[in-house]
Design a protein around this ligand. Structure first.
Ligand SMILES: NC(=O)c1ccc[n+]([C@@H]2O[C@H](COP(=O)([O-])OP(=O)(O)OC[C@H]3O[C@@H](n4cnc5c(N)ncnc54)[C@H](O)[C@@H]3O)[C@@H](O)[C@H]2O)c1
Length: 338
């Protein structure tokens, strides 16, 4: 049995509480300190988790001076991620950070450079891609089940992020930035390909609760033969999709579709044998959180984890490109120009 890696949990807001539990349950991680900027949230966490005052700090700078740790888990809002990573790398710590890597693409590039220069592992928690639908679909496509995909259509509608005053509802383009990153990263993962450009239009439905635009259509071009269209509504109050969205991947051998939690293979053209069958998803994960397992294993094996920050920049570029396109009237933005 390995000695658990010692972690500092930074950001004790709503998602921080999930990571507290996840890290506690994982046999290979141990929280040794907690950092939270807001006094009320520090007090709530100390009370709920019975923490001793010498484990709780108001800044990461203070925490790294007082505790011996291996890594930082960053669960602060996106515009804080760059400074947390920078402090952690200067202290020689590995970083696992919540998505999106940052709300600013240039800051994200700087973070990646700092992590590389420090020689530390840096992983972003793109948890959606670890689920059974994307894992199974990636395998099926790589086995050629529908031939080379030519078009992907994704519809995602959800009453997303309605907590008053949070960064989700106050900052611009949060639906595309904060939710879009999950799906855009899954597009790359499932297809095993990286897009080269994006065209995007955003708008804000009149009844919504977000200050920024909460609807978008983004068209990603991979090459002349492959395009992915993502349509999203973040303030849907009627019928809505699941968190993964409804996917339709079209190829010469038919479609793979995500219908609720299921995957279906369909080929109905009269020229060939008709098929309409559910494909049961692979068993994924394990007994413990797969992201923490991947992070800890990569540190122990001295290799980059899946969803390492260098790779994650490609998903972040999809978001940055989409926002840039939306701000520039929907023009085609080449991701290489970012
Ligand atoms: N992967 C997922 O499915 C998922 C789900 C929800 C949230 N998230 C991500 O988690 C992150 C946090 O989201 P949240 O909903 O918990 O936000 P939140 O606002 O509820 O919590 C963030 C906390 O960070 C604290 N904070 C801010 N600056 C700080 C600093 N410099 N040092 C220490 N603490 C600081 C805030 O006071 C707050 O308590 C975001 O990046 C978000 O996108 C991911």
């Amino acid at each position: 049995m390995n000695t658990p890696l010692k972690g500092i949990l930074v950001g004790l807001g709503s998602r921080g509480h999930n990571w507290y539990d996840t890290g506690k349950r994982h046999p290979e991680t141990d929280w040794v300190a907690y950092v939270e900027a807001a006094e009320v949230n520090r007090a709530r966490a100390m009370d709920r988790w019975r923490l001793s005052p010498n484990q709780v700090f108001s800044s990461l700078e203070e925490a790294v001076e007082h505790v011996d740790a291996d890594f930082v888990m960053d669960v602060t809002p996106p515009n804080v991620h760059a400074s947390v990573a920078s402090t952690a790398f200067k202290a020689g710590l590995h970083v696992i950070g919540e998505k999106p890597i940052s709300d600013d693409y240039q800051a994200a590039k700087q973070m990646v450079a700092e992590g590389r220069a420090a020689g530390r592992r840096h992983m972003i928690t793109q948890n959606y891609r670890f689920g059974p639908q994307p894992r199974t679909t990636r395998r099926l496509l790589s086995e050629g089940i529908i031939g080379e995909p030519g078009q992907v259509d994704i519809l995602f509608t959800m009453p997303w992020a309605d907590s008053p005053g949070s960064h989700y509802v106050t900052q611009p383009f949060m639906f595309t930035k904060d939710m879009g990153i999950h799906h855009f990263d899954m597009i790359r993962y499932v297809l095993g390909r990286d897009p080269v450009s994006v065209r995007c239009v955003t708008w804000n439905p009149s009844w919504g609760w977000h200050a920024g635009d909460a609807s978008h259509v983004a068209i990603f071009t991979f090459d002349d033969k492959l395009h992915a269209v993502h349509r999203g509504v973040g303030c849907a109050v009627g019928h809505h999709t699941g968190w993964n969205g409804e996917w339709r991947i079209e190829g010469p051998g038919g479609t793979l579709t995500w219908e609720g939690n299921e995957i279906w293979l369909t080929h109905l053209h009269r020229a060939e044998k008709r098929r309409r069958e559910q494909i049961f998803t692979d068993r994924t994960g394990g007994d413990h959180d797969p992201l923490l397992t991947e992070f800890v294993t990569a540190i122990r094996e001295n290799r980059d984890p899946e969803c390492n920050a260098v790779d994650n920049l490609k998903s972040a570029a999809m978001v940055a490109g989409a926002v840039k396109s939306a701000m520039e009237g929907g023009r085609e933005v080449k991701l290489a120009e970012l």
